[in-house]
Design a protein around this ligand. Structure first.
Ligand code: ATP
Ligand code: MG
Length: 260
């Protein structure tokens, strides 16, 4: 009798799991595209110094996804991120951020998209050494610096990053992991939907790197941020929802294990 109940429970559970899986799959299909590229091509230089860094790369990322982009040095990862972040323009092809074709937006209007829709995290943090952690987080909103609202938000973000006691420290007085958390808070100050990260754990030791990865996943799961992370870090690749592999400026189907 007991055994039967047990079996029933297991098959019930199995049904529930199957049901959840199919509902999740439906939800995933319904999530709207937030970052799209069409045949994105970037050629640096001309003539003898011509470097085709990206070759017709098409990508579709849905809201709330966590994407890792892997590939050997020189394969075009940073170039891709620069195009996605509208930091540089493609030679050919299109980039859409939240439905807006950024490759068609004039330069003097691009900064608004960068500011409001995108957050950036870099390997070397790019913090201003003479400013405190709090002031660094407020950097993207400098033109409206006086606003108490942003100051409170910056303080909240730094607390959320576990940096309550470090707000008035300068970058030089912080550890690498702490500096990266300040940079992440700065990326979040204007509440962008998409975070673009270039080797966010590249300068960190293994344990600190793991904490930053955990933090990114928390922001992805709990705050719904879409992440596109360029990385050599296997742990990021292993924990990502999808992994793209770049080779010589193209997405390749070669499994990540092949990179050695
Ligand atoms: N501003 C530039 N001018 C000319 N060539 C460039 C420029 N930036 C990058 N490249 C070239 O484009 C190719 C792709 O570079 P990219 O920086 O995107 O590689 P990556 O995958 O990010 O490499 P890494 O893992 O070393 O950071 C390389 O061959 C590089 O030399
Ligand atoms: Mg790079």
């Amino acid at each position: 009798m007991e055994e039967e109940t047990g079996q029933e429970t297991i098959s019930d559970l199995q049904k529930k799991v199957d049901d959840l899986r199919s509902r999740l799959a439906v939800r995933k299909r319904r999530r709207r595209s937030i970052v799209v590229t069409q045949k994105l091509t970037k050629i640096y230089g001309r003539g003898a110094t011509r470097v085709p860094a990206l070759k017709a790369v098409s990508l579709r990322v849905r809201k709330g996804e966590f994407i890792a982009v892997l590939g050997p040095s020189g394969s075009g990862k940073t170039t891709l991120l620069n195009m996605l972040g509208a930091l540089d323009r493609p030679t050919v092809g299109r980039v859409y951020i939240d439905g807006i074709e950024t490759s068609g937006v004039p330069e003097n209007k691009l900064y608004k998209i960068r500011r409001n829709k995108l957050g950036f995290i870099f390997q070397t943090y790019y913090l201003v050494p003479t400013l405190s952690a709090l002031q660094n987080v407020l950097m993207p909103v400098l033109p409206v610096k006086g606003s108490d609202r942003y100051r409170r938000r910056a303080e909240r973000l730094l607390k959320m990053m576990g940096l309550k006691g470090r707000m008035h420290h300068k970058p030089g007085e912080l550890s690498g992991g702490e500096q990266q958390r300040v940079a992440i808070a700065r990326a979040l100050i204007l509440n962008p939907g998409v975070i673009l990260a270039d080797e966010p754990t590249g300068n960190l030791d293994s344990k600190t790197g793991a904490e930053i990865i955990q933090l990114m996943h928390w922001l992805n799961k709990k705050r719904g941020k879409t992440f596109i992370v360029v990385t050599h870090d296997r742990r990021i690749a292993e924990s990502a929802e999808r992994v793209f592999y770049l080779r010589d400026g193209r997405f390749s189907r070669i499994p990540i294990e092949a990179d050695g």
